[in-house]
Design a protein around this ligand. Sequence first.
Ligand SMILES: Nc1ncnc2c1ncn2[C@@H]1O[C@H](COP(=O)(O)OP(=O)(O)O)[C@@H](O)[C@H]1O
Ligand SMILES: [Mg+2]
Length: 597
Amino acid sequence: MAHRFFLRLLGEPELQSPDGERIRLRVRKHLALLAYFATHRGQVHRRDRLADFLWPEASPAEGRHSVAVALSAIRGKLGLRTFDCSRDTVRFLAPNLDVDLDRLARGDVLESELTPVLLIDAFLGDFEVARAPEFMLWRDQMRARWLPQIQNALVILMDRCRRTGDFSAIESHADRLQDLDEYSEQAVRAKMEARAFAGDRVAAIRIYEEWRGRLATDLDTAPSATIEGMALRLRSRGFEAPGSARVPTALTEQWRHQAFIGRGPQYRALYESWEQTKSGAGRHGLLLGESGVGKSTLAQRIITSAGLEGAISSRVQCYEVEREIPYAAVGTLVIGLLNQPGASGTPPEWLGELTRTVAAVRDRFPNLPPFSSADGETIRIRLTEAVLQLAQAVAEEHPVILVVDDVHIADDASVAVLHLLMRRTRGQRVMVLMTARREELDRSPHASRLLESQEHLGLQVLDIPPFTSDEMHELVTALGNADGRPVPLPLRRALVRAAAGIPMVAELLHDDWRRRGADCLALSLGAMTSDLPGSTTEEVYRRLFHRVFDSLSSETQSVLSLAAILGERLNDHPLYELVDLTIGQCLSGMIELARQR
Ligand SMILES: Nc1ncnc2c1ncn2[C@@H]1O[C@H](COP(=O)(O)OP(=O)(O)O)[C@@H](O)[C@H]1O
Ligand SMILES: [Mg+2]
């Protein structure tokens, strides 16, 4: 395979040497002829026809001469075995030349270990040859002939982006596809997704509306159900009165100015689990990684993706302070499902059963039968059944994803219910997606049992490693762009070094730099990292925390301390009186905290 030349015909044509260097043919018509030969490799061409094709204004003798010069120029680049020539004919062999069209014809678009991803563009791009109308006609014919394969390739590329969460690259493929076919639904869908993942719901809806209008007027057709559903979900704000929300919401605002970097393989694995769940074979996921590495972010991105495709999700963030409260985590998941379409289809006796542990169920459904008397293990089994009944009722209408963030600190009773739930939803449209810190998980006997029975549960365990240094640079660059203030290279290096692959630390250090400039922690850490024993990340966190904490007013410090204890109950403002804060002080403290975040 070594020493092969490469000819690109999709887009601006370019001949490349075996080392990937661009090889220039000095005469434009020589490159045009090479493109023609390579498109019809193996065919026998008459020399006089070739002359008419590219040198129509020349006399027969001049034309013949021009062809001969072109052949020798091409042979000069590709070697002696390029042509099989006779007096009147030419056959292009070039056994040492790879042409991108051949890969396109095979649908071999994505990169492999040996080949890079195929660059896709219109046949010969904007390449033109003056005073050669026949050539230009041929170019346009080829363009039309290869169009379906080109569109297909762009769809493959977009699908790969969708599966790996790369919603910045998807947009350029979509633009290209739309240039080739202004009515392409695939292109419009990808553009909507790209806008949604940039937190710009309104633009996504506008793209859809504009396209739908053109479809109706120009072609008298309507969008497919898939894309229409997506638009509906983007439009729904989730503010509708309880019970009236027939359309689940896809919230996207959280992604505004939030770059998403890397994580392709893990995203893909989760996306495939989601697809299986959607088709009725519930699969579950557990993301493992250290604090701040990006577990919750990845889970949330998948939720957004699935949400655009119609999934309903309910999420709970577990807190240490609630660890001793039985069923706290599962209770939150249940509350998240209560107002979803389909929930009211749960058999009343099972909703009644839920009220034993989740009182809020009765607020939503006032006339439920009382729950049966039971104890210990029976309660757990009945609760599991009730949660399952609720999830199934919702899943009748839309696939369901239950997210349990930081399951290593979930209460044991909830973990036991989740365990049973996963086992019983393997044939349903219900997915359980959890995140955890690995070392902590090992310390929690209940949660670590999940790992032991992963196969049995249909549970896919994915490690989320720290960012590579390249990914970290990309993140810091993105942080600077979002902020309109590029991060100078020396500082970027210092940030990348100090953050040790943890995006959360990079974000905090970046924020610290914005506030303090040259006095920032990242620059003073250089010396520290070499002489500190143990985990430097922890030390960075500790120092960052103290810097932020010290900058708060004493009232806000009190609010923060209390909030740390209250966890989820942060919104119970009266509890703040415990530390002698009025509701006003408490609110302004919260606002300051939110600003600092
Ligand atoms: N893939 C990513 N690309 C860009 N930023 C990320 C990525 N993953 C995480 N982050 C950022 O890092 C921070 C911590 O991520 P988070 O998901 O909360 O970590 P974890 O849940 O593992 O503790 C978040 O503020 C998030 O914006
Ligand atoms: Mg998290």
